[in-house]
Design a protein around this ligand. Structure first.
Ligand code: PMP
Length: 397
């Protein structure tokens, strides 16, 4: 038998948690594993702006014909405007090319295939820690993974000196993967001044920056969260972006993301983009239409866009409020450690500082599910579960 020799692949550490949570019979249980936004009632409903756009699409749709290999043009243009700023001259310059992708993950895979097949890069620099799929995607194309220090356990902040020291080893042409905002899993981002320094260092050394922008709008706002990317774009002739609308539009299962490249001139961008399309053709031929139609409909319509921005602001502010309450309650319940750092972190996640053993105890004794790295999804915290959660955490400290 051919299949007898095949061993089982290890389960996905994050997606596996959700299955264990579902199967847990305890009535008081809290899921802070996978990064899905939940509202104050613990639900992940479709955003009203999305529902409104879908109603329009259903009424107007007159064909299920294929999209092009690179997806919906209006969506790709809207993506460039959101990433680089609506008035950025780069957009009219023709130096940017965007292909709709299957989520941010799909965009990362396109980037990995492109770098492997079309550039001389052998190394990709990934923060330690990072979203585990970063390593996995670049391993899948046989790239050499190099870690750069990012998180300082003692300060619960950025290990800036360590990061610079490690990245100083990166050679010209190496890919350097940067989280555009709301770093997953730590929630810690470079300051504007640090972004400027990094961009300068990157341009001097000739790195190929790859920005992963999966949480635009969840940190400090849509424009603010694009600061790092925009500073790099000012300083670099070439860079890559993998972006996602899974979180900021709540379109997780529609698989909407984008791969964008910046080239030195319009002619180069067009030529290189033919290789991107060749890659997509052999991966999945062309993307699905529904999710990108929703995003395009919202971003092209002033009223719907304003509505969506309001909904995004609400998500961001709710997460920030939960951070504040969590730090306060942990103190109130007697935690000896200072948890003020939770308030400083950006985005959905908090690196709680809990050890793998403490995370295991939370699950086994209290039915509180988190990633073993200590990452918790702050967006899973609600007024109903926050007291139970904080009491449980204090008990395992
Ligand atoms: N990058 C990061 C840092 C992420 O956290 C995620 C989602 N967890 C992705 C990319 C991929 O998102 P998508 O679901 O759109 O593939």
């Amino acid at each position: 038998m051919l299949f007898d020799k095949i061993t089982a692949a290890p389960g996905d550490p994050i997606l596996g948690l959700g299955e264990a949570f579902k199967a847990d019979p305890r009535s008081e249980k809290v899921n802070l594993g996978i990064g899905v936004y939940k509202d104050a009632n613990g639900r992940s409903p479709v955003l009203p702006s999305v529902k409104a756009a879908e109603a329009r699409i259903l009424a107007d749709e007159d064909s299920k014909n294929y999209l092009g290999i690179d997806g919906l043009a209006a969506y790709n243009l809207a993506t460039q405007k959101l990433l680089f700023g609506a008035d950025n001259p780069l957009i009219a310059s023709g130096r940017l090319q965007t292909a709709q992708s299957l989520g941010g993950s799909g965009a990362l895979r396109i980037a990995a295939e492109f770098v492997k097949r079309q550039t001389a890069a052998q190394n990709v620099w990934i923060s330690a820690p990072s979203w585990p799929n970063h390593n996995a995607i670049f391993q899948a194309v046989d790239m050499n993974i190099c870690d750069y220090r990012y998180y300082d356990k003692t300060t619960h902040g950025l290990d800036w000196d360590g990061m610079l020291e490690d990245l100083a080893q990166a050679r010209a042409g190496d890919v350097v993967l940067l989280h555009g905002c709301c770093h997953n899993p730590t929630g810690i981002d470079p300051t504007p001044e640090q972004w400027r320094q990094l961009a300068q260092m990157s341009a001097e050394k000739g790195w190929l920056p790859l920005f992963d922008v999966a949480y635009q709008g969840f940190g400090n706002g849509l424009e603010e969260d694009a600061y790092g990317l925009r500073v790099f774009a000012e300083n670099h002739a070439e860079l890559l972006v993998a972006s996602s609308y899974s979180k900021n539009f709540g379109l997780y299962n529609e698989r909407v993301g984008a791969f964008t490249l910046l080239a030195a001139d319009a002619g180069t961008a067009q030529r290189v983009f033919t290789q991107i399309k060749a890659i997509i053709r052999t991966l999945y031929s062309n993307p699905a239409a529904h999710g990108s139609a929703i995003v395009a409909a919202i971003l092209q319509d002033d009223a719907l866009k304003a509505q969506w921005q309001g909904e995004l602001d609400e998500m961001r502010e709710r997460i920030k409020a939960m951070r504040r309450q969590m730090a306060d309650l942990l103190k109130e319940y007697g935690a000896k450690q200072d948890f003020e750092f939770i308030v400083q972190q950006n985005g959905m996640f908090s690196f709680s500082g809990l050890s793998p053993e403490q995370v295991d105890r939370l699950k086994d004794e209290f039915a509180v599910y988190a990633v073993r790295s200590g990452r918790i999804n702050v967006a899973g915290i609600t007024a109903d579960n926050i007291r139970y959660l904080c009491e449980s955490i204090v008990k395992v400290l």
